[in-house]
Design a binder for this molecule. Structure first.
Ligand code: SF4
Length: 243
Protein backbone atom coordinates (compact mmCIF):
# COMPACT_ATOMS: atom_id res chain seq x y z
CA UNK A 1 0.00 0.00 0.00
CA UNK A 2 1.47 3.34 -1.08
CA UNK A 3 0.17 5.25 1.89
CA UNK A 4 1.32 2.71 4.50
CA UNK A 5 4.81 2.73 3.05
CA UNK A 6 4.75 6.45 2.39
CA UNK A 7 3.70 7.63 5.83
CA UNK A 8 6.75 9.35 7.36
CA UNK A 9 5.46 8.72 10.90
CA UNK A 10 4.66 5.01 10.52
CA UNK A 11 1.13 5.89 11.60
CA UNK A 12 -0.58 3.67 9.01
CA UNK A 13 -0.84 -0.10 9.08
CA UNK A 14 -2.77 -2.70 7.15
CA UNK A 15 -4.97 -4.75 9.50
CA UNK A 16 -7.67 -7.26 8.61
CA UNK A 17 -8.13 -5.85 5.12
CA UNK A 18 -8.30 -2.25 6.29
CA UNK A 19 -5.87 0.65 6.55
CA UNK A 20 -5.79 1.87 10.14
CA UNK A 21 -4.40 5.22 11.26
CA UNK A 22 -2.83 5.52 14.71
CA UNK A 23 -3.83 9.02 15.79
CA UNK A 24 -1.10 9.11 18.45
CA UNK A 25 1.60 8.76 15.77
CA UNK A 26 0.00 10.80 13.00
CA UNK A 27 1.57 14.24 12.50
CA UNK A 28 -1.30 15.33 10.21
CA UNK A 29 1.12 16.06 7.37
CA UNK A 30 -1.58 14.84 4.91
CA UNK A 31 0.97 13.10 2.68
CA UNK A 32 -1.26 10.00 2.63
CA UNK A 33 -4.08 12.12 1.18
CA UNK A 34 -1.85 13.42 -1.60
CA UNK A 35 -0.66 9.95 -2.62
CA UNK A 36 -3.88 7.95 -2.14
CA UNK A 37 -4.69 6.42 -5.57
CA UNK A 38 -8.35 5.84 -4.69
CA UNK A 39 -9.00 9.27 -3.12
CA UNK A 40 -10.32 7.42 -0.08
CA UNK A 41 -8.81 10.12 2.15
CA UNK A 42 -10.07 13.66 1.86
CA UNK A 43 -8.61 17.00 2.96
CA UNK A 44 -11.23 19.13 4.67
CA UNK A 45 -10.59 22.86 4.68
CA UNK A 46 -7.78 24.80 3.08
CA UNK A 47 -5.30 27.48 4.00
CA UNK A 48 -6.09 31.03 3.02
CA UNK A 49 -4.70 34.45 3.93
CA UNK A 50 -6.94 37.01 5.60
CA UNK A 51 -6.51 39.27 2.55
CA UNK A 52 -7.66 36.54 0.15
CA UNK A 53 -10.62 35.71 2.37
CA UNK A 54 -11.64 39.36 2.42
CA UNK A 55 -11.47 39.47 -1.38
CA UNK A 56 -13.92 36.56 -1.53
CA UNK A 57 -16.24 38.24 0.96
CA UNK A 58 -16.10 41.55 -0.89
CA UNK A 59 -17.68 39.95 -3.94
CA UNK A 60 -20.90 40.40 -1.98
CA UNK A 61 -20.19 44.03 -1.13
CA UNK A 62 -23.18 45.41 -3.12
CA UNK A 63 -25.42 43.17 -1.03
CA UNK A 64 -23.75 44.33 2.22
CA UNK A 65 -24.06 47.97 1.17
CA UNK A 66 -27.77 47.44 0.61
CA UNK A 67 -28.46 45.46 3.78
CA UNK A 68 -25.88 46.90 6.19
CA UNK A 69 -24.69 43.31 6.63
CA UNK A 70 -21.26 41.91 7.15
CA UNK A 71 -19.30 38.86 8.19
CA UNK A 72 -19.73 36.29 10.95
CA UNK A 73 -16.80 34.11 11.97
CA UNK A 74 -17.87 30.94 13.72
CA UNK A 75 -16.34 27.54 14.18
CA UNK A 76 -15.11 25.39 15.74
CA UNK A 77 -13.71 28.29 17.70
CA UNK A 78 -12.53 31.32 15.70
CA UNK A 79 -10.39 32.55 18.59
CA UNK A 80 -8.16 29.50 18.10
CA UNK A 81 -6.81 31.60 15.22
CA UNK A 82 -6.78 34.97 16.91
CA UNK A 83 -4.07 36.61 14.77
CA UNK A 84 -5.89 35.64 11.59
CA UNK A 85 -9.23 36.77 12.96
CA UNK A 86 -7.81 40.08 14.11
CA UNK A 87 -6.28 40.81 10.71
CA UNK A 88 -9.47 39.76 8.92
CA UNK A 89 -11.83 41.79 11.10
CA UNK A 90 -9.54 44.83 10.96
CA UNK A 91 -9.53 44.70 7.15
CA UNK A 92 -13.28 44.00 7.02
CA UNK A 93 -13.98 46.99 9.26
CA UNK A 94 -11.83 49.22 7.04
CA UNK A 95 -14.10 48.24 4.15
CA UNK A 96 -17.15 49.17 6.21
CA UNK A 97 -18.34 45.64 7.00
CA UNK A 98 -20.12 44.72 10.23
CA UNK A 99 -18.11 42.06 12.12
CA UNK A 100 -19.58 39.28 14.25
CA UNK A 101 -17.69 36.72 16.32
CA UNK A 102 -19.46 33.50 17.31
CA UNK A 103 -17.54 32.04 20.28
CA UNK A 104 -17.85 29.36 22.93
CA UNK A 105 -16.12 31.76 25.32
CA UNK A 106 -13.54 29.24 26.48
CA UNK A 107 -10.52 31.32 25.48
CA UNK A 108 -7.91 33.34 27.31
CA UNK A 109 -8.87 36.80 28.55
CA UNK A 110 -5.99 38.22 26.52
CA UNK A 111 -7.31 36.73 23.26
CA UNK A 112 -10.86 37.83 23.94
CA UNK A 113 -9.85 41.40 24.81
CA UNK A 114 -7.62 41.68 21.77
CA UNK A 115 -10.52 41.14 19.38
CA UNK A 116 -12.99 43.57 20.98
CA UNK A 117 -11.84 46.75 19.21
CA UNK A 118 -12.62 45.23 15.79
CA UNK A 119 -15.78 43.28 16.68
CA UNK A 120 -19.24 44.80 16.40
CA UNK A 121 -21.16 41.92 17.93
CA UNK A 122 -20.20 38.81 19.89
CA UNK A 123 -22.52 35.82 19.78
CA UNK A 124 -21.61 34.08 23.00
CA UNK A 125 -22.59 30.45 23.66
CA UNK A 126 -23.87 29.67 27.12
CA UNK A 127 -24.62 26.01 27.69
CA UNK A 128 -24.62 24.84 31.29
CA UNK A 129 -24.54 26.82 34.52
CA UNK A 130 -23.30 23.98 36.73
CA UNK A 131 -19.53 23.83 36.28
CA UNK A 132 -19.25 20.10 37.04
CA UNK A 133 -21.92 19.26 34.48
CA UNK A 134 -20.27 21.64 32.04
CA UNK A 135 -17.03 19.74 32.48
CA UNK A 136 -18.80 16.41 32.13
CA UNK A 137 -20.38 17.35 28.79
CA UNK A 138 -17.79 19.68 27.26
CA UNK A 139 -14.54 18.61 28.91
CA UNK A 140 -13.98 21.92 30.72
CA UNK A 141 -15.61 23.83 33.59
CA UNK A 142 -17.51 27.07 32.97
CA UNK A 143 -15.78 29.52 35.38
CA UNK A 144 -13.69 31.16 32.68
CA UNK A 145 -16.73 31.48 30.41
CA UNK A 146 -18.89 33.10 33.08
CA UNK A 147 -16.03 35.43 34.10
CA UNK A 148 -15.68 36.54 30.49
CA UNK A 149 -19.37 37.34 30.28
CA UNK A 150 -19.16 39.40 33.46
CA UNK A 151 -16.11 41.22 32.08
CA UNK A 152 -17.86 41.93 28.76
CA UNK A 153 -20.88 43.22 30.60
CA UNK A 154 -18.72 45.98 32.10
CA UNK A 155 -17.67 47.14 28.62
CA UNK A 156 -19.87 48.63 25.92
CA UNK A 157 -19.43 45.52 23.72
CA UNK A 158 -22.64 44.32 22.09
CA UNK A 159 -23.24 40.67 23.03
CA UNK A 160 -26.00 38.23 22.12
CA UNK A 161 -26.35 35.04 24.13
CA UNK A 162 -26.82 31.77 22.27
CA UNK A 163 -28.32 28.89 24.20
CA UNK A 164 -27.88 25.63 22.25
CA UNK A 165 -30.30 23.11 23.71
CA UNK A 166 -29.38 19.48 24.33
CA UNK A 167 -32.48 17.53 25.43
CA UNK A 168 -32.33 16.35 29.06
CA UNK A 169 -28.87 17.85 29.48
CA UNK A 170 -29.32 21.63 29.57
CA UNK A 171 -32.99 22.22 28.72
CA UNK A 172 -33.95 21.23 32.27
CA UNK A 173 -35.57 23.59 34.78
CA UNK A 174 -32.53 24.03 37.07
CA UNK A 175 -30.25 25.05 34.26
CA UNK A 176 -32.72 27.43 32.62
CA UNK A 177 -33.53 29.12 35.95
CA UNK A 178 -29.84 29.49 36.84
CA UNK A 179 -29.06 30.92 33.43
CA UNK A 180 -31.81 33.51 33.69
CA UNK A 181 -30.65 34.43 37.19
CA UNK A 182 -27.00 34.73 36.17
CA UNK A 183 -27.69 36.86 33.10
CA UNK A 184 -30.15 39.07 35.00
CA UNK A 185 -27.99 39.59 38.07
CA UNK A 186 -24.44 39.47 36.72
CA UNK A 187 -24.73 40.93 33.22
CA UNK A 188 -26.57 43.58 31.22
CA UNK A 189 -27.16 41.16 28.31
CA UNK A 190 -30.82 40.68 27.48
CA UNK A 191 -30.79 39.16 24.01
CA UNK A 192 -31.00 35.36 23.84
CA UNK A 193 -31.21 33.03 20.86
CA UNK A 194 -32.55 29.61 21.80
CA UNK A 195 -31.11 27.00 19.47
CA UNK A 196 -33.18 23.79 19.45
CA UNK A 197 -31.16 20.59 19.15
CA UNK A 198 -31.00 18.98 15.70
CA UNK A 199 -28.89 16.33 14.02
CA UNK A 200 -27.11 18.31 11.34
CA UNK A 201 -23.71 18.07 13.09
CA UNK A 202 -23.82 14.29 12.70
CA UNK A 203 -22.73 14.38 9.05
CA UNK A 204 -19.74 16.59 9.93
CA UNK A 205 -18.55 14.09 12.53
CA UNK A 206 -18.91 11.27 10.00
CA UNK A 207 -16.81 13.14 7.45
CA UNK A 208 -14.14 13.69 10.08
CA UNK A 209 -14.30 10.02 11.01
CA UNK A 210 -15.13 10.95 14.59
CA UNK A 211 -17.56 9.38 16.98
CA UNK A 212 -20.77 11.44 17.36
CA UNK A 213 -21.73 10.84 20.97
CA UNK A 214 -25.14 12.49 20.78
CA UNK A 215 -26.35 10.20 18.00
CA UNK A 216 -29.21 8.61 19.89
CA UNK A 217 -30.50 11.85 21.40
CA UNK A 218 -33.82 13.01 19.99
CA UNK A 219 -34.31 16.53 18.65
CA UNK A 220 -35.73 19.23 20.95
CA UNK A 221 -39.43 18.90 21.73
CA UNK A 222 -41.25 22.01 20.43
CA UNK A 223 -43.21 22.23 23.72
CA UNK A 224 -39.95 22.36 25.72
CA UNK A 225 -38.51 25.02 23.42
CA UNK A 226 -41.68 27.11 23.78
CA UNK A 227 -41.61 26.77 27.55
CA UNK A 228 -37.99 27.98 27.72
CA UNK A 229 -38.85 30.81 25.33
CA UNK A 230 -41.67 31.90 27.67
CA UNK A 231 -39.41 31.73 30.75
CA UNK A 232 -36.82 34.06 29.21
CA UNK A 233 -39.51 36.39 27.82
CA UNK A 234 -41.21 36.62 31.18
CA UNK A 235 -37.88 37.54 32.77
CA UNK A 236 -37.59 40.49 30.37
CA UNK A 237 -35.30 39.03 27.73
CA UNK A 238 -35.57 39.62 24.03
CA UNK A 239 -35.72 36.01 22.81
CA UNK A 240 -35.54 34.36 19.42
CA UNK A 241 -35.79 30.69 18.52
CA UNK A 242 -33.03 29.81 16.11
CA UNK A 243 -30.68 32.51 14.91
S1 SF4 B 1 -1.29 12.46 7.69
FE1 SF4 B 1 0.93 12.09 7.45
S2 SF4 B 1 1.53 11.17 9.41
FE2 SF4 B 1 -0.70 11.05 9.33
S3 SF4 B 1 -1.14 9.06 8.47
FE3 SF4 B 1 -1.07 10.46 6.74
S4 SF4 B 1 1.03 10.39 5.99
FE4 SF4 B 1 1.03 9.48 8.05
Amino acid sequence: MDCVDGCPSQALSYQAGKIVRDKTLCSECLHCVDICPTTAWEKIGWEISSADLLNIVLKDQPFFDESGGGVTCSGGEPLQQTDFLLAFFQAARQRGLHTVLDTCGYVSLEKLKSILPVTDLILFDLKLMDSELHEKYTGVGNCLILDHLKMLSKTDQEVGIRFPLIPDVNDVADNVTSMIRFLSEETRFRSVDILPYHHTAEAKYERLNQDYRLKKRSISEPSVVKHIFRQFSKAGFEVKIGG
